[in-house]
Design a protein around this ligand. Structure first.
Ligand code: CTP
Ligand code: MG
Length: 544
């Protein structure tokens, strides 16, 4: 699926001044908000969570016609939005105008009788629909399935995509985001058996604006809403509460019971792992109907703040998202990042590295975190476990400097910056926007923006860092070379398409179909030569 880019990187660069002008959709709803792209993250989340509570997920056995499907649902309430997607079968996400529609539909749903097996009678908003179309098989599959892309897919043949359309092609769609919030909401129903006032909401790349189709679903169980009541009340809940040694122990016990419940009764949840001894205890499982790999944590409020911060930076200038996307794509293509935990650089670390680089431009493209903290009002004040997480939420208070560098230029500068960065001595620090002396020994040191004594890339070993630096050098060289070889066909040269970028994103064009092991043994010079040859020939990208 390829789309031509509506705007060149140069146009993108100059359009950043218009970032606060948001297009309005038909229903008066901000288009960006529909995509989760404007307002504070908090506001966007509140709307999405509420939407999700009025929604259901239906597995469609016998593919109903759209008309029949709608007619059937409308008997229960006004349907506000619906779409179908495919993931080991056809599913529909249906949003009712209010919760009564959901209640009415659930009222009608029956628990099926199965022979030879017994069922846990857990009623959830994940339903199966049978037989609706059997009467009318002529209209078999008349609806269109949106592409949800739930499994981890590779970047594939992105070589011909332009940098902007790369972001457009791989960023999360509205439907994908809706499904993510719906999965949170379905899990919240399970957790509510223990904590009726809890919320489960997404964080990380599902909502920070840098998520790629197929990324995992990070969720947090939020119990903060439960505390409250009148401050001067003489009544307290003492005898309903249990005590534990630490907040961590409480989190572990909460996640343990919820994990048990998800495992035993959670519809569609499989492979539940309780990873309770991690620094941040979590439950990991797959949600089959959506295809999402899920991580559920609790009391991880600092991660929510870092999600909000990344979201804010992404909102400030369109080049931020585009560059992060491109670099993440480049890193994945070359095995710098990986889907498996290990000594690799993570997407989160990589994103912070891009932000740091953008703070270091002259003039800077984005402000430092310290500056965002200075702009904060009293309502923005936030201290979590002694860590000051305060920064301004209102985007309109942030004044940007006028930097008009193109994306193509920025990408080249990014490679140059990290090809020569003094990793051995310096730490990357987005709070100050300046490198600092490393406080501890680690090949790569990136200060956690909020828990400032922590290194977010502690896991990275010297080999992985060396690979990253070598690839930055190689890519820089390639971009410089391909700059002189850029084909000037038609108006291609006017579109400011980073032609050289195409070569960088090829999943090793030289290696082609060769195995990974073999590919690694090939000297870099050989690979570059091959890439350049293929560029000169202006051949179609080979299928990977
Ligand atoms: N996080 C953090 N400190 C870390 C690692 C993660 O604060 N050392 C927070 C970040 O807000 C991050 C979120 O946890 O965005 C989720 O982590 P992870 O899933 O590793 O990263 P994502 O940003 O979601 O990227 P990906 O698409 O690779 O999942
Ligand atoms: Mg994630």
């Amino acid at each position: 699926r390829m789309r031509s880019s509506p705007s060149s990187s140069a146009a993108m660069a100059s359009s950043f001044a218009l970032r606060r002008l948001h297009m309005r959709g038909k229903g008066g709803l901000c288009k960006c908000l529909q995509k989760g792209r404007c307002g504070s993250l908090h506001a966007v989340q509140a709307e999405r969570l509420e939407q999700a509570q009025r929604s259901i997920l239906i597995s469609c056995y016998s593919r109903p016609t759209e008309k029949k499907f709608l007619k059937y649902l409308s008997r229960h309430g006004d349907v506000k939005k619906y779409f179908f997607y495919e993931s080991y079968g056809v599913y529909a996400v249906v949003e009712f105008a209010n919760r009564d529609g959901v209640a009415s539909l659930l009222e009608e749903a029956v628990i099926p009788s199965v022979s030879n097996e017994a069922l846990v009678p857990f009623k959830s908003r994940l339903l199966s629909l049978k037989n609706l179309s059997s009467v009318d098989s002529n209209h078999f599959k008349h609806f269109e399935c949106v592409k949800i892309v739930t499994n981890k897919h590779s970047w594939g043949t992105v070589s011909t995509l332009q940098v902007v359309s790369l972001t457009e092609t791989y960023q999360l769609t509205d439907e994908n985001i809706r499904l993510r919030f719906l999965v949170c909401s379905l899990l919240q129903d399970i957790a509510a058996a223990y904590f009726p006032e809890c919320t489960i909401k997404p964080f990380g790349s599902s909502v920070n604006g840098f998520g790629k189709l197929g990324c995992d679903l990070d969720m947090i169980l939020d119990l903060d809403g439960i505390s409250g009541g009148k401050p001067k009340s003489v009544l307290s809940l003492e005898f309903q509460l249990k005590r534990a040694n630490s907040e961590r122990a409480v989190t572990q016990s909460i996640l343990s019971v919820i994990g048990e419940c998800v495992d035993q009764f959670g519809p569609g949840c499989v492979g539940v792992q309780k990873i309770l001894n991690a620094r941040c205890p979590l439950l990991r499982f797959a949600h089959q109907p959506s295809g999402f790999q899920c991580d559920l944590t609790a009391s991880n409020r600092v991660a929510i703040k870092s999600t909000e911060l990344l979201y804010l930076y992404g909102e400030l200038d369109p080049r931020v998202r585009s560059l992060v996307f491109t670099v993440r794509c480049w890193a994945r293509t070359h095995g710098i990042t990986s889907g498996i935990p290990g000594a690799w650089i993570t997407n989160f670390s990589l994103t912070i590295m891009v932000l740091f680089f953008l703070q270091k431009r002259s003039p800077p493209i984005i402000p430092t975190l310290d500056h965002l903290a200075e702009l904060a009002g009293s309502a923005d004040k936030c201290v979590i476990e002694g860590n000051d997480c305060t920064f301004v939420i209102d985007i309109s208070k942030i004044q940007l400097q006028s930097n008009t560098e193109t994306l193509e230029h920025l990408l080249r500068e990014f490679f140059e910056f990290y090809a020569t960065f003094a990793f051995s001595k310096m730490s990357i620090n987005i709070r100050k926007g300046k490198e600092q002396n490393k406080p501890e020994v680690a090949p790569l040191h990136i200060q956690n923006p909020f828990e400032t004594s922590l290194n977010i890339s502690k896991n990275v070993n010297a080999t992985q860092l060396d690979r990253f630096v070598a690839l930055c050098q190689e890519s820089l060289w390639l971009l410089q070379q391909s700059g002189t070889n850029t084909p000037r066909v038609g108006n291609r040269s006017n579109t400011a398409t980073p032609w050289g970028l195409a070569t960088l994103l090829l999943p090793s064009q030289v290696a082609g179909v060769k195995s990974r092991k073999k590919r690694r043994r090939e000297p870099a010079s050989e690979r570059i030569k091959g890439l350049l040859d293929s560029l000169k020939n202006n051949s179609q990208p080979k299928k990977s």
